[in-house]
Design a protein. Structure first.
Length: 289
């Protein structure tokens, strides 16, 4: 099933090499690979697969300056899977992709050699299956960051890429520069403080009446909402408007910020199967889609 999800997320790339990597030994920070990727000719894609058994509560860091990162629900065991597609043109400096462990974090931090720059057509796109209860931190440069169905805290950051979030059961912190943010929340964890922020992009947040959070929204752009807002105008400030509302209780707090972009706060409806009762996003956003 995960092969189907991976193929859908990275759009059916062909001619792929296969690499398996396990958790590094305690005496070594490097991850030993059971095979080596085939030498590239042009920008032919290579598939790279990594697996690791995480310690309970061990966090995950993915810092990928060379493409997109997609997070998916990875099951109930402490098993992390990372699948990547590397496009490595001939004569381009190689991107090192071996994970490592530092402190209490498993890290996937691909990097070019010092002083090298990205060649035309060179990129790395990543899909990571995050097991339940493990926090994940993701960073990209211009690449998309997407999270679907993850059951743990997530921290997503991009310099200028878009961010999309759906079906997360944990705290969400998301920030981008010029990119947009689209998020769908069913309920907020009690006591959590969550944040969606972009410098100039638009933000769309869809929630239902079970959210259980006090919201603060700020922008110099336009508010568009299906909920009642109390709007405060802030003279000579940027953002120049701040709005407040409470949806389904105030046990959590959510901040939504854009300096100049439009903020849309929409009401989402729980999916209701024919003849059945509403289903939550746990069922909508499993790893089968």
């Amino acid at each position: 099933m995960r092969t189907v999800v991976f193929a859908a997320a990275l759009v059916a790339l062909h001619g792929c090499a296969h690499v398996d990597a396990g958790r590094p030994a305690a005496s070594s920070p490097a991850v030993a690979a059971s095979g080596a990727a085939a030498a590239p000719t042009e920008a032919e894609p290579q598939r790279l697969d990594f697996q690791a058994t995480l310690a309970e509560g061990e966090a995950i860091t993915i810092d990928n300056p060379y493409g997109d990162v997609r997070l998916r629900f990875g099951g109930f065991a402490h098993a992390l899977e990372i699948h990547a597609v590397l496009q490595q043109p001939a004569n381009a400096a190689p991107i090192a992709v071996e994970p490592d462990v530092r402190g209490d974090r498993y890290r996937f931090v691909p990097r070019l050699p010092a002083g090298a720059i990205v060649a035309p057509g060179q990129r790395l796109d990543v899909v990571a299956f995050i097991p339940v209860g493990h926090a994940a931190s993701v960073r990209t440069e211009r690449g998309l960051v997407e999270s679907r169905g993850v059951r743990g805290d997530i921290e997503l950051e991009s310099v200028s890429g878009d961010i999309a979030i759906r079906g997360t059961q944990g705290r969400v912190l998301a920030q981008t520069g010029t990119g947009s943010i689209e998020a769908s929340f069913e309920s907020a964890p009690n006591g959590s403080q969550q944040r969606l922020a972009t410098s100039t992009g638009n933000i769309v947040l869809a929630v239902d009446d079970r959210l259980g959070a006090a919201l603060e929204l700020a922008t110099s752009g336009v508010f568009a909402t299906e909920f009642s807002l109390e709007v405060e105008h802030l003279a000579n400030q940027e953002p120049n408007k701040r709005a407040h509302t409470t949806i389904g209780g105030s046990d959590a707090r959510i901040t939504v910020e854009s300096r100049r972009g439009e903020i849309r706060l929409l009401r989402r409806s729980a999916f209701t199967p024919l003849g059945g009762k509403p289903a939550d996003e746990e069922h909508e956003d499993n790893d089968s889609d």
